[in-house]
Design a protein around this ligand. Structure first.
Ligand SMILES: [Zn+2]
Length: 95
């Protein structure tokens, strides 16, 4: 897979996820308590993308430089943009 575009992402640990209009662009909000993370689609379309965090679903890790990686990739095929990206070391690679 070839990377089409790269977007830098940050993350914020929260207890309760903020409403969409309070979410910043390119920030992944993670609630360990509720096992869920959400962000605005990183393509810029603004759709809310919910990613469940659990052993059977997605997992994430943060390295010593506070860069977020998520596994597996995130495919927003249900949205018009159909974006698909892999977040690795703080960068979303669009594939
Ligand atoms: Zn999108």
């Amino acid at each position: 897979m070839k990377t089409k575009r790269k977007v830098n992402v940050e993350f914020k640990k929260v207890e309760t996820l903020p409403p969409l209009n309070k979410m910043d662009d390119n920030v992944i909000y993670i609630s360990d308590k509720y096992g869920i993370s959400e962000h605005k689609c990183l393509c810029g379309c603004g759709f809310r993308v919910a990613v469940p965090i659990s052993v059977r679903e997605w997992s994430y890790k943060v390295d010593c430089k506070k860069r977020l990686s998520m596994y597996p990739s995130i495919g927003n095929y249900q949205y018009k943009c159909k974006s698909h990206y892999i977040i690795k070391k703080g960068v979303a690679n669009f594939v």
